[in-house]
Design a protein around this ligand. Structure first.
Ligand SMILES: O=C(O)[C@H](O)COP(=O)(O)O
Length: 201
C-alpha cells in the first residue's frame, strides 16, 4: 500500500515573531527544533523509500532532524524549489498583527486565506498550489503508484495547496484548513491512488 506523509516544518524564528515569511530563509526556533524531534518520534515505525523537502532552511532542517534517525539514515533525500512556501511579496518581513492594524483584519485574512487573491507582489494559493501539484504529479505520484512510501516536509501554503488537490477540497474548504507547525498528515492509497485513509498525527 502506498503511503504519503506530509509534514509542515517546525516553528521558525519568523513564526515565533509573527512575521510574514514566504521566501525569507529563516531558521527553526529552539521550539521548532524540538518539534522536529517530536515528528521523528511520532513517525517511528514508518518505512520510507524517499524523502523530499523544499530548498528553504526551515524545511531542510526539519527533514535533517527526522532522517538523522538510524531507521531512515539511508533513504534518498531530495530538495525541490517547487515545494517552497508561497511567495508573500510585499508582506514578507512584516508583522502580521501590524499589517492587520494598517489594512484591516478582513484584508489580511483575504491575503492569507483566499484561494485566488494574491498578496501584493506575491503568489496566490492557487499559484503556489499549481507549482507544488506539478512537482507532485511529476515526481511523487509515479512513486506512489509503484507502491512506495514518501515523506514530504514543506510549508503551510504548499501543503494547504497539496491537501486541497489530494482531498478535492473547495476554495471555501481550503480557506479554513490550517496546518500547524510540525503538523503531520498521513495518506494511505490504493494502486489507483484513491485515498483509503487520512490520519492526522
Ligand atoms: O509564510 C508565512 O508567513 C507562514 O509560513 C505561513 O503563513 P500564513 O499562515 O500567513 O499563510
Amino acid at each position: 500500500m502506498a503511503l504519503l506523509v506530509l509534514v509542515r516544518h517546525g516553528e521558525s524564528t519568523a513564526n515565533l515573531a509573527n512575521i510574514f515569511t514566504g521566501w525569507l530563509d529563516v531558521a527553526l526556533s529552539p521550539a521548532g527544533e524540538a518539534e522536529a524531534h517530536t515528528v521523528a518520534e511520532k513517525l517511528r515505525g514508518f518505512r520510507f523509500d524517499a524523502a523530499y523537502s523544499s530548498t528553504q532552511i526551515r524545511a531542510e532542517r526539519t527533514l535533517d532532524i527526522i532522517v538523522a534517525r538510524p531507521a531512515w539514515a539511508t533513504i534518498p533525500v531530495h530538495h525541490a524549489e517547487a515545494l517552497r512556501e508561497r511567495m508573500y511579496g510585499d508582506l514578507q518581513g512584516l508583522n502580521k498583527t501590524e499589517v492587520a492594524l494598517k489594512y484591516g483584519q478582513a484584508q489580511v485574512d483575504e491575503w492569507r486565506r483566499s484561494y485566488t487573491v494574491a498578496p501584493p507582489g506575491g503568489e496566490s494559493l492557487q499559484q503556489t498550489q499549481a507549482r507544488a501539484v506539478k512537482f507532485y504529479e511529476a515526481e511523487i505520484a509515479p512513486q506512489l503508484r509503484a507502491g512506495h512510501s514518501i515523506l514530504v516536509v514543506a510549508h503551510g501554503n504548499t501543503l494547504r495547496g497539496l491537501r486541497m488537490y489530494l482531498e478535492h477540497l473547495t476554495p471555501d474548504q481550503v480557506m479554513h484548513l490550517e496546518i500547524l507547525t510540525a503538523g503531520i498528515c498521513v495518506y494511505r492509497f490504493d494502486e489507483q491512488l484513491r485515498i483509503l485513509e487520512i490520519q492526522n498525527l
